[in-house]
Design a protein around this ligand. Structure first.
Ligand SMILES: Cc1cc2nc3c(=O)[nH]c(=O)nc-3n(C[C@H](O)[C@H](O)[C@H](O)COP(=O)(O)O)c2cc1C
Length: 311
């Protein structure tokens, strides 16, 4: 059974990755999952300096999912390179580092430092405020996104560049194409969807931050649709994220056009979800008599051809 997929020039031994922010730096899950079984571990978003994140409560349950407003809490670049990366490097899995900055310069400094440290891929989280532009998000401004991707691409030598798109846009194919044209080697989508929940006894928002990002099975159909649209607009690989709980969901994303998938909220419900998804995919392919997983990518049947001129 051949489970190998490619993210640009980076081969993964199977398509199952962890989603940033839901699997810590790997070691938090190592007692539940053999990290050697995974295609890649994507770590919590790293910034130049450590971040404490938002005040609590910053997570709440919702029907078919959860909301979070963690606020990008992380150990910062220095500690990541010194303590977290060497730990992850012991395993036979790809290491992808999700990065976030307030300015293009911050992203470039992070990318250069990680490129030199030999990580397999960098995933750009573009949902962070661009302070210098007065709060415009890179992920929702086509020109800002293109500039960011271009500059980060110029600053790395061997590291594969993945751009993680925001779902908070009117035309996902347009943003997918902009990231591809700017030199991104691959795309991942989607990030969480802005949402809000209120406690009707206290009349207070359930999150201290008032709003947060919705994730889990509730967003899966939205994510599948966006992966389907994006993968038809570009020729670089697309990584599907959003509400994947087990192998069947992963297959759904691959049929929609994803070359690989990430499991996020699923890890909170079942810490063994990623490794179980790998074995579930094997069982599915055996049942279907398929020996190479790449045969199913983008094979959804009966959909109208995508019209690129709409973008
Ligand atoms: C608690 C939590 C923290 C997250 N932190 C990050 C992050 O640091 N960087 C990022 O790009 N996405 C982050 N995400 C988004 C996930 O990586 C993923 O895109 C999203 O949750 C949708 O996938 P899911 O439904 O499988 O969770 C976070 C999600 C959750 C639930």
């Amino acid at each position: 059974m051949d489970l190998t997929v490619h993210i640009g020039r980076l081969p993964l031994k199977n398509p199952v990755m962890t989603a940033s922010g839901t699997f810590g730096y790997g070691e938090e899950y190592a007692e539940f999952v053999d990290l050697n079984l995974l295609g890649a571990v994507v770590v919590k978003g790293i910034s130049l300096n450590p971040k404490e994140g938002n005040p609590s409560p910053r997570i709440c349950e919702t029907p078919c999912g959860m909301m979070n407003a963690i606020g990008l809490q992380n150990v910062g670049l220095k500690k990541f390179l010194k303590e977290k990366l060497p730990y992850l490097r012991q395993f036979d899995t790809r290491v992808v580092v999700n990065i976030l900055g307030n300015t293009i310069q911050e992203y470039v400094r992070l990318a250069k430092a990680l490129d030199g440290a030999g990580v397999d891929a960098i995933e750009l989280n573009v949902s962070c405020p661009n302070v210098k532009k007065g709060g415009i998000l890179f992920g929702t401004d086509l020109r800002a996104l293109a500039r960011l991707v271009t500059r980060v691409k110029q600053s790395v030598s061997s590291t594969v560049l993945i751009t993680k798109l925001s779902p908070n846009v009117s035309s996902i194919p347009g943003f997918a194409k902009a990231a591809e044209d700017a030199g991104s080697d691959a795309l991942s989508l989607i990030n969480t969807i802005p949402a809000m929940a209120i406690n009707i006894e206290t009349w207070k928002p359930k999150l201290a931050n008032v709003t947060g990002g919705l994730s889990g099975p509730a967003i899966r159909p939205v994510a599948v649709r966006m992966v389907w649209e994006a993968s038809r607009a570009v020729s670089i690989p697309v990584i599907g994220v959003g509400g994947i709980m087990h192998a069947d969901d992963a297959i759904e994303f691959m049929l929609a056009g994803a070359s690989a998938i990430q499991i996020g909220t699923g890890n909170f419900l079942n810490p063994g979800a990623t490794a179980q998804a790998v074995s579930g995919i094997v069982t599915y392919l055996e049942r279907k008599g398929i020996s190479n997983i790449r045969e199913i990518i983008g094979r959804v049947d009966g959909t109208a051809p995508h019209n690129n001129t709409d973008d």
